[in-house]
Design a protein around this ligand. Structure first.
Ligand code: DAH
Length: 334
């Protein structure tokens, strides 16, 4: 077989080997075998020394053409195999959910409110709601708060300057009256909501803040029910080590009236032993009469506490204003 006759079969064999190599490693083996320094084509070129002088140019050209063809196929094949290697090992699942962008999260006050609501729901309380713009009747009169009571002082309450003198509710207790007026007993509600007072903002005060009101009316309701309920919710919210203390107090809509102090490792961390956290008491008979309930037949208790205060204890926050500034460096921590 002449020199030139050897080139084509060798080239065909090389091309076939390149096509069938199915990994990059195998492809490189083929390259070494045919095109490497000690490969078949190099061997062929070495044989050129034995050719007659006039045959050499044509032979050299044919070898180089064959090598160029092999190199081209090698490059194409390498590209294909590189794509295969880069492809995901598992099949794509086109039904999988898309990547989610972070949607943000709830404000810490909302988180605490929802947790309180969840605890009360477990023991059968429903959430009620009422307007923030109120009349004196719902905010004060029907709650047995007489016109000369200091709570009605314009120093404390935002009144609107119109004939009906509507006001921004100073507490969520107004919703007690609205609910009882519309619903026959028994009643078991909580009322989370925004309230307003003419305070200047400092580390512990803000002209608007949030409260949760509770009202329970049934037959033979006792202070024991009140204590048990409040203790259950606070332990759920702030831990088992929570201690509560009930102190006599005065509210016009309850008799007896109590204030609740609260103690826990979290409070001690804030440098205090007891923190006042809520007002409560047994619903005053005059309030029942104002809404048409018979105080001889029905009894009940009510409470109101500040949501900010609880959130501050819970998260160890010392300045209430942080809740309203919408600074992401603060909000991102919850
Ligand atoms: N309304 C009171 C306040 O804003 C809190 C409160 C005290 C609510 C006693 C009640 C209650 O329902 O019985 O300080």
């Amino acid at each position: 077989m002449s020199f030139l006759d050897e080139i084509t079969p060798l080239k065909e064999a090389g091309l076939k080997a390149l096509e069938t190599a199915d990994t990059l490693a195998k492809l490189d083996d083929v390259r070494v075998q045919y095109l490497g320094t000690n490969g078949q084509f190099t061997g062929l070129l070495k044989q050129m020394g034995g050719l007659a002088k006039e045959e050499r140019p044509a032979a050299g050209k044919a070898v180089n053409q064959a090598k160029a063809e092999l190199n081209q196929t090698l490059d194409q094949r390498r590209e294909q195999l590189e794509l295969v290697a880069a492809a995901p090992q598992r099949a794509t699942d086109f039904t999988a959910p898309g990547r989610r962008r972070p949607l943000g999260r709830q404000h810490p006050l909302t988180q605490v409110t929802e947790e309180i609501v969840r605890s009360f729901r477990k023991i059968g309380f429903a959430v009620a709601d009422g307007p923030e713009l109120e009349s004196e009747r719902y905010c004060f009169d029907a709650l047995n708060t007489p016109a000369d009571h200091p709570a009605r002082d314009t120093q404390d309450t935002f009144f609107l300057d119109t004939a009906e003198r509507p006001l921004l509710r100073t507490h969520t207790s107004s919703v007690q009256i609205r609910v009882m007026e519309q619903t026959p007993p028994p009643i078991r509600i909580i009322v989370p909501g925004r309230v307003y007072r003419r305070d200047t903002a400092d580390a512990t005060h803000n002209p608007t803040f949030h409260q949760i009101e509770g009202l329970y009316v049934d037959k033979n309701v006792t202070v024991g029910d009140l204590k048990g309920t409040v203790e259950f919710v606070f332990r759920e919210l702030l831990g088992k080590e929570v201690k509560l203390r009930f102190r006599p107090h005065y509210f016009s809509y309850t008799e007896p009236s109590l204030e609740i102090d609260f103690s826990s490792p979290l409070v001690r961390k804030m440098g205090k032993e007891w923190l006042e956290i809520a007002g409560c008491g047994m619903v005053h008979p005059a309030v029942f009469e104002n809404v048409g309930y018979d105080p001889e037949e029905w009894s009940g208790w009510a409470f109101g506490f500040g949501i900010e205060r609880i959130a501050m204890i819970r998260y160890g926050i010392s300045d209430i204003r942080l809740f309203y500034e919408n600074d992401l460096r603060f909000l991102d921590q919850f």
